[in-house]
Design a protein around this ligand. Structure first.
Ligand code: GDP
Ligand code: MG
Length: 597
């Protein structure tokens, strides 16, 4: 197909604004799938979803569409919906020339509408603004168009009204995509240069690499090289998703499709990498490449110590599918042998954990997650900190740095007060306030990531009766007055319970955590002291009283020698447990330190 008849675009929207429904309708209108196939496929997809615990959908669909007597190739590239995968969104956008921007005709402009629209503008994409779900009875199109104009400087005359449900406006949208989104530029004769924007792992065929060809051509039998990954492979198949994978003869400049090269692990396939040819004639790497940034770490332990090797196997297997999470063995006095794992963000952490539990039989204990800190030591070296236990003694720290994010919060104006208070409590610094309309406002704050990831979203929802939405992007690492707060159980530091927090909050957090631990730890045969400490300084204490119940009560009177034996045992037990600090700490307690933020 000639380049002038190709259009590459994505759909961007706040969650639930109708992206998937519209995508299905586009596939149907272009005859890519029939209604019957779509239903079947949907079911397949759900099975897979259940099996793998994450949404698996075609991430790039090639559609053929006849318009004014010409056949066009319309490539719809899917973008992940969550901020954890923002880098992947930006790589997907760099493969498109246009973006269909949806705003729900009732809900209006939300945080991710704004974030995604700005991202698309940064990538110089032609934006086709649309009101979605116009079939809704309570749609308020005029107000939503005004919000789009106010926040995103969108020309009201350009806004199209569509419904993925009824199909209204979908043909007009296809026409607009063809008429207004520029055809890709780039030369078929040049040396191969293609962007890797996604990948998935196929049990039978290995890595399937999703590419947008910028220049040149790639076909079966070619030798290709990943320029950043610095590995060379033979191409065994090229093709497109229509919407299931279908082999084609070649992929040319401007086209979107997949490569299969007999690669046994996704670790070799880096999103954002450039595919070219081996040797000195290779094309230049495309700009914008980044290593995945693991912003959140937690410990994962088998709840039964026996399962350690099983957990390692499961982690290895998962990493073949998802190279953006990392792990390394660690030991904890409290939990034994396990792994410290790094994730792109909190949702990514949940996805990985869910998959681990589904795909292997290991029962997991997870420690409280923490963000990645940086410490500049007295020698002037900057080191990454992935867990509280790694924080050196205060005397060795020159500077303690934490990641800051810029958060956009959108809500009806009446909730501005409570939302501002929420952000201030979390050490937010206000950047600006914007009115989208007389009744909706956007607050922009810089906040420590640590204050955002755990529950800011939930707190925002409750502060705004569910109407608030938020989005954030990582800004920078900045110095902060942070300390490592340790928890001692009967005088012994429980490494997995340490947290990093602001010095000013340490007293309050310390008191809250020991209180919470007291409520989580059952009474034992002996007294348990629970303390919070910074270095050697204890700042809070609670006591779990010993069980007063006399064990001999179970003996129903009777045999005195048996009673004596029990007393002796009980005494011995008391001593042993106390001396090694062997207190049963329930698994819940390891997450309890979070809820006291
Ligand atoms: P996504 O999260 O952006 O992919 O949104 P979905 O396409 O999954 O849609 C979210 C919800 O809105 C679903 O319950 C859909 O059935 C519903 N929905 C999507 N499009 C329309 C539409 O055009 N009209 C109506 N009434 N509902 C819609
Ligand atoms: Mg969806």
């Amino acid at each position: 197909i000639e380049q002038q008849y190709i259009r590459n675009f994505c759909i961007i929207a706040h969650i639930d604004h109708g992206k998937s429904t519209l995508a299905d309708r586009l596939m149907e209108k272009t005859g890519t799938v029939t209604l019957r196939e779509m239903k079947e496929q949907l079911l397949d997809g759900m099975d897979l979803e259940r099996e793998r615990g994450i949404t698996i959908k075609a991430k790039a669909v090639a559609m053929r569409y006849k318009y004014k007597g010409r056949e066009y190739e319309l490539n719809l590239i899917d973008t992940p919906g969550h901020v954890d995968f923002q880098y992947e969104v930006s790589r997907s956008l760099s493969c498109c020339e246009g973006a269909v921007l949806l705003a729900d005709a009732f809900q209006g402009v939300e945080a991710q509408t704004v974030a995604n629209a700005f991202l698309a503008m940064e990538h110089d994409l032609k934006i086709i603004p649309c009101l979605s779900k116009i079939d809704l009875n309570h749609a308020r199109p005029a107000a939503v168009i005004e919000e789009m104009e106010q926040t995103l400087a969108i020309d009201p005359d350009e806004v199209q009204a569509i419904s993925g449900k009824t199909g209204a406006g979908v043909e007009e949208l296809l026409a607009a995509i063809i008429e207004t989104v520029p055809a890709p530029v780039g030369s078929r004769e040049d040396v191969l240069q293609a962007m890797v924007f996604d990948s998935h792992y196929d049990k039978f065929r290995g890595a399937v690499t999703y590419v947008r060809v910028m220049n040149g051509t790639v076909k079966k039998g070619d030798k290709i090289r990943f320029l950043r990954g610095e590995t060379t492979h033979d191409v065994t198949e090229v093709g497109q998703f229509i919407p299931t994978p279908r082999a084609t003869d070649e992929l040319c400049a401007g086209q979107v499709g997949y490569l299969i090269c007999n690669i046994k692990s996704l670790e070799l396939v880096n999103i954002g990498d450039t595919v070219s040819i081996p040797g000195p004639d290779a094309a230049k790497p495309l700009p914008g490449y980044q290593e995945p940034k693991r912003m959140v770490f937690c410990g994962l332990y088998p709840s039964d110590g026996q399962d350690f090797e099983q957990l390692r196997d499961a982690l290895n297997k998962l990493r073949i599918n998802d190279p953006s999470f990392v792990f390394e063995p660690e030991t904890s006095d409290a939990l034994g042998f396990g792994f410290r794992c790094g994730f792109l963000g909190l949702l990514h952490m949940e996805i990985v954990q869910q998959r681990l539990e589904q795909e292997s039989d290991v029962d997991l204990v997870q420690t409280a997650p923490n963000v990645t800190y940086h410490i500049i030591n007295k020698k002037g070296q900057e080191v990454e900190i992935h867990k509280p236990q790694d924080v050196p003694d205060a005397g060795e720290i020159e500077e303690f740095l934490q990641p800051i994010v810029r958060v956009s919060l959108l809500q009806p104006s009446e909730f501005i007060g409570p939302v501002m208070q929420l952000c201030t409590e979390r050490r937010g610094v206000q950047v600006r306030t914007e009115y989208l309309s007389p009744t909706r406002a956007m607050l922009v704050y810089d906040l420590p990531l640590a204050e955002v990831i755990y529950d800011l979203h939930d707190k925002l929802k409750s502060a705004t009766r569910g109407y608030g939405t938020m989005d954030y992007e990582i800004r920078d690492y900045v110095p902060a007055d942070l300390v490592r707060l340790d928890m001692l159980v009967n005088g012994k530091r429980v490494d997995a319970l340490s947290i990093i927090c602001n010095r000013a909050d340490a007293d309050r957090r310390g008191r809250a955590v020991v209180k919470k631990l007291k409520s989580e730890i059952d009474r034992h045969m002996f007294e348990i002291a629970i303390q919070a400490a910074i270095g050697t300084r204890v700042i809070a204490r609670e006591t779990v009283k010993a069980l007063s119940k006399n064990v001999t009560a179970k003996c129903y009177g009777g045999d005195i020698s048996r009673k004596r034996k029990l007393w002796a045992k009980q005494k011995e037990g008391k001593k042993r447990m106390k001396s090694i600090g062997s207190v049963d700490i329930p698994q819940k307690a390891f997450m309890a330190v979070l809820e006291t933020g």
